[in-house]
Ligand binder design. Sequence first.
Ligand code: GLY
Ligand code: MN
Ligand code: MN
Length: 445
Amino acid sequence: MLNMFQEHRARFLARLAAENAAAIVPAGGLKIRNHDSEYRFRPRSDFYYLTGFREPDAVLVLVPACAEAQSILFVNEKDREAETWTGRRLGTAAAPAALGVQRALPLGELWTRLSEFLPGHTRMVHGFGEDPTFDQKLLAAVGTLQQKGRAARAAPRQWVEPALWLHELRLRKDEAELDCMRRAARVTAEAHRAVMAAARPGINEGELDGLLDYTFRRRGGTGSSYGNIVAGGAGACILHYRENDRPLVQGELCLVDAGCEWNYYASDVTRTFPVGGRFSREQRALYELVLRAQEAAILKVRPGATHDEVHDSALAVLVDGLLALGLLSGAREKALAEHAYRRFYMHRTGHWLGLDVHDCGLYTLDGAPRPFEPGMVTTVEPGLYVAPDDETVEARWRGIGIRIEDDVLVTPGGHEVLTREVPKSADEVEDLTRVERTRTAAART
Ligand code: GLY
Ligand code: MN
Ligand code: MN
């Protein structure tokens, strides 16, 4: 039986064959964090989608018009000394059986051997811009082939970006991919619960950040899908708050935006809870408003609907609520048309989700919003953010930041909320975060 990566490769190869195109897909390399320390390696998503291979530097070459082999993987060759220093390598001998590629060659031969495989394809898929050095070498190799114009077999003459064919495949998730995303969602639910249970006045955002990472890895995830956000108080009004280094304060809200990555498939979840376990009247009013907006938006997710419809339905609820609470004034239609709400809600309501947290896939087709199809996954994540220095509103609202985010699969009959196990109602969230006397006493000692 083919594994999911072989299936992906077979599907992409079929498309390439139909388009008379070759593709070159690099895994990417290690990146320096500081001086000579590197970040933990994570293969680029296009490469991983097509191979399931986790070593740095490898390059997949897909050449459907090539008689001997259509899938060729260039890898770091086995090397006893290098492996002692930097880690195990699969090597060329083991790669074909392990990964199902037809051929594996040493990475050092990539730029000399490429000219053997490319002729016969008139187009070439490559994502430019990630690694300019690689891009340059590729342009030079293909340029050399093009100059040999009288050769019997054509050199590629058109570049095609991955968005056109490969990302269309990635956008529609198959069952094996959904299995990864469901697992990611389940671990994410456990992590958010753990954070709610651990949160109390005085605990540092960093400790909760660490608890998220710990839970993700402990349960078998590859890590977090993106940098965890743990934002107490007005930090929640900074959409990409990353400091995560402040003690939580009794009575403020804490916004946690964090998702487990499973087998490099993302989840992306936000919950907001009161530190100490009790929403203030204003916090609860805004929390329930965001939740109503999110529920209305999720209900829109079904085949044929669009991101615009999801966004507009959240917006309608938010604007009505802001008017009712006195945070906006005037006519509803005017508030919508003039974007008066943008002071409190400045982002969109969702994005594609998959191997990347902001996953590939076009949002419009021929200039119109793209209709959802079964197998696509989107987030639904409305929020409200009242800046701490917003003098246009009463002081009691200032510094409240709330977002509620879930991951939603489009199914033939509507949708499935993949992250439904993460607690969400105001009462549930209060119950989970309530600090009992004993816990408070323990924290003091
Ligand atoms: N965590 C990134 C986002 O919500 O889009
Ligand atoms: Mn998101
Ligand atoms: Mn998020």
